[in-house]
Ligand binder design. Structure first.
Ligand code: F6P
Length: 499
């Protein structure tokens, strides 16, 4: 085995999935795991005991245990920005000083939630949450997944710099009784600032006396929020060490806490903390985020899979694929290692997905018979909450399981059009029920899986310099749209749109 340990994996002779089941009577128990109301099944992937061993060796040579410990100890794992990654401190499992600070800040957040509930802001019937990327995707997922049966508040999310999105977001809100939550780590993001200004104008036009008094800012840059006109009593701060896409556990989750209630928010953190402890202490061969990272790496490296599909067989999780796209692609869509040298192997595949069964009738054709291989992940929930007789949910779950079986088994036919190659991998995550605790554990699982992928690749998952250039050019165009320095195509588009 070479120093980096990948050579055994590269040389590994891959068996078909059916053969793997035939050869190992114990396969299901070896490649499945139950943990805090979540059941993971990787048995329909090509991982076998030899590969697992080789991957554990790769993890060792990549200093997996040491880097994981550095995360929990609050060391500077975000090397390019010289910071720790402190999302684990938000749920009480990080370095003691960071945990203490985040818990004091959570105390302020809770006091604000209590004050809102006690009508310190008068009657509140709605929240307009403004933010983009990590400052919206997490809270939106939480509210959509868990808030369906709650009539506490109407929470609308606004991210895009598009007046249509603004009109949609405010259409169900009464300006007299709406609070605006402006979430932005930097408090400089163009979209969020423009939408905040639009929201203040909307309140003003509706005759709200003190529009700024209806705004709560959530940020790691409190000075910027105060400069924008928001009183510091309504500025909730979180740490610079909490990355945007890892921030729903902090005050960025305020809108979700208001919509779901404080108890649910705390249960969310507890569920995540339980996953943190699992990730930190479970041995590699029984470590859910790490095993999933092995599977991710295997298909990207060995089969050159350029994408992975995540399909939620539960309407409540319909936003999960969007959340995962940012988490995985913004974290690991990189080309260089921590030391700046080329990473030398493919990094993050494209994360895409949808909901089942809709996706079956739209994109699964390619998954079953297309020329590219897409490792699929099914996420489903055993217990239903909907109003229909149990058979409805039973059909939904059976469909998810049938797809996994069909991808694996395939079917040969004399007619090539009706032939299915099979041997196509899938993993399944089955939640006993969907509640704040299991959702917290599920999201933390994905965070750690993303981190584990990064460690195996030797990259920093906590920066995102790739998004900066486009922002700079947009600013430059805004400042001088008539600048001749731009290329002919960009120039012509600007002229044609009359900008
Ligand atoms: O442009 C990308 C990004 O910086 C994300 O990483 C982040 O989640 C999002 O923009 C929003 O940033 P902010 O919270 O600072 O407004």
């Amino acid at each position: 085995m070479t120093a980096d340990g990948w050579s055994a994996i590269d040389a590994h002779e891959v068996q078909t999935l059916e053969k793997l089941f035939e050869q190992d009577a114990d396969r299901l128990s070896a490649f499945s795991l139950e943990l805090g109301g979540l059941y993971f099944d990787w048995s329909k992937t090509h991982l076998d005991k030899h590969l697992l061993k080789s991957f554990v060796a790769v993890a060792e040579s990549a200093q997996f245990a040491q880097t994981r410990e550095a995360l929990f100890a609050g060391a500077e794992v975000n090397t390019t920005e010289g910071r720790p990654a402190e999302h684990v401190a938000e749920r009480g499992t990080g370095a003691p000083d960071a945990v203490e600070l985040s818990s004091a800040r959570r105390g302020r957040m809770r006091a604000l939630v209590d004050a809102i509930e006690a009508e310190a802001f008068g009657e509140v019937t709605g929240v307009l949450h403004i933010g983009i990327g990590g400052s919206v995707l997490g809270p939106a997922l939480l509210v959509d997944a868990l808030g369906r049966r709650s009539d506490r508040l109407e929470v609308r999310f606004l991210s895009n710099i598009d007046g249509e999105a603004f009109d949609d977001a405010v259409s169900m809100l009464d300006p007299e009784t709406t609070l605006v939550v402006a979430a932005s780590k930097t408090f400089t993001t163009a979209e969020t600032m423009a939408n905040l200004n639009a929201a203040i104008a909307w309140l003003q036009e509706a005759g709200v006396e003190d529009p700024f008094g209806r705004v709560i800012a959530v940020t790691a840059s409190p000075e910027a929020a105060i400069d924008a006109g928001i009183d510091e009593t309504r500025v909730l701060q979180f740490s610079e060490g909490v990355g945007g896409r890892y921030s729903l556990w902090s005050a960025v989750g305020l809108s979700a806490a208001l919509a779901l209630g404080w108890t649910a928010f705390e249960e969310l953190l507890e569920g995540a903390a339980e996953m943190d402890r699992h990730f930190r202490y479970a041995e590699p061969a029984k470590n859910a985020p790490l095993i999933s990272a092995f599977v991710d790496r295997f298909y990207v490296r060995k089969f050159d899979c350029q994408s992975r599909g995540a399909f939620a067989y539960d309407e409540r999780l319909r936003l999960l694929p969007f959340y995962l796209q940012q988490l995985e692609m913004e974290s690991n869509g990189k080309s260089v290692k921590v030391d700046g040298s080329p990473v030398g192997q493919p990094t993050a595949p494209v994360t895409w997905g949808g909901t089942g069964t809709d996706a079956q009738h739209a994109v699964f054709q390619l998954l079953h018979q297309g020329t590219i291989l897409v490792p699929v992940e099914f996420i489903a929930v055993t217990e239903a909450e909907d109003s229909l007789p149990p058979d409805h949910h039973r059909q939904l779950l059976l469909n998810a399981f049938a797809q996994g079986a069909a991808l694996m088994r395939g079917r040969q036919s004399d007619d090539p059009h009706r032939s299915y190659p099979g041997n196509r991998p899938s993993s399944t995550i089955l939640l006993d029920r969907l509640d704040a605790r299991t959702l917290g554990a599920l999201i933390a699982f994905y965070e750690h899986r993303t981190f584990a992928n990064a460690i195996l690749l030797g990259i920093n998952p906590f920066d995102q310099f790739g998004v900066e250039l486009g922002k700079q050019i947009a600013r430059k165009l805004d400042e001088s749209a008539d600048d001749d320095a731009f290329d002919a195509s960009t120039r012509a588009l600007i002229d044609r749109a009359g900008l």
